[in-house]
Design a protein around this ligand. Sequence first.
Ligand code: UDP
Length: 326
Amino acid sequence: MAILVTGGAGYIGSAAVEDLRGKGETVVVLDNLVYGHRKAVDSSVAFYEGDIGDESLIQKILDEHTIEACMHFSAFAFVGESVEKPDIYYENNFVQTLKLLDVLIKNNVKKFIFSSTCATYGEPQYVPIDEKHPQFPTSPYGWSKFMVERALADYDTAYDLKFVALRYFNACGASGDCGEDHTPETHLIPLVLFAAQGKRDSIAIFGDDYPTPDGTAIRDYIHIADLSQAHLLALEHLRNDGKSEFINLGNGGGYSVKEVIEAARKITGRNIATKIAPRRAGDPSRLVADAKKAREVLGWNPQFPEIEKIIESAWNWHEAHPNGYE
Ligand code: UDP
């Protein structure tokens, strides 16, 4: 039996593929390589290039492999872009996921692990955010993920689909050979490291007038190795006939933008120039997970909660891959 990993050539998916293989699991990757990197997947892994909504391709994969479960990572994930092009986000992230689910369910593949996001909560009404926090996303990206969550709950009721929807907070760091290589890059940690490498002059701090101790926004940074481990535990949960769950993945702490930059200065030993820029539209001051449920239900225990460790792994990867995967 094999695990189908969609988006297995992407940032988090490729780390999960490696960890699954490390556990002796057979893996089949489906990725359309729009944002994924072929080189992020070992050449010995069964690889299909194509869309998750290509029903005949999904059927072909299911005919050629005995698939036990699907880990569904692939999605478009640029919040700003989703505001400008909501049609693409709803089509790619929601409509195509329904097509994938249709084929899986028709073929009796009913274990599904979904990459959801803290963006489904929208503006926090309280922090830390637990899974019962109201969900009212502030972007089409967040809504597209929220709509999949709704569909999953309804598909469980109607078709007995068993799922774990994992709501990631801020994914970061590098795991083994798998690192962060987005085009365009918008995330704080890689941009800070580009500044350390001299690829950019400085890093813009988006807002220093937030109601936080140093005035900069606080996020819950979670290492991709820990995210990946949660997927393996979610698979075990479903294999043990666990019920469908929505689960936050974060450390429950949080670091400010300034703390991230300071940690990067310490790890890299480089000067990192900053400039204060206006707040980015839609950025809440503090997004931190209550991640108790992941520990209780999955037995998850993050290994890399410290920002220094996260940045160190990312730095080593960026130094070893100055041009990303290319
Ligand atoms: N951020 C920043 N400068 C940048 C990129 C990001 O100050 O060049 C801030 C951003 O406003 C947020 C935090 O860093 O408060 C994390 O942003 P990122 O884009 O990495 O993740 P997000 O929280 O948007 O998912």
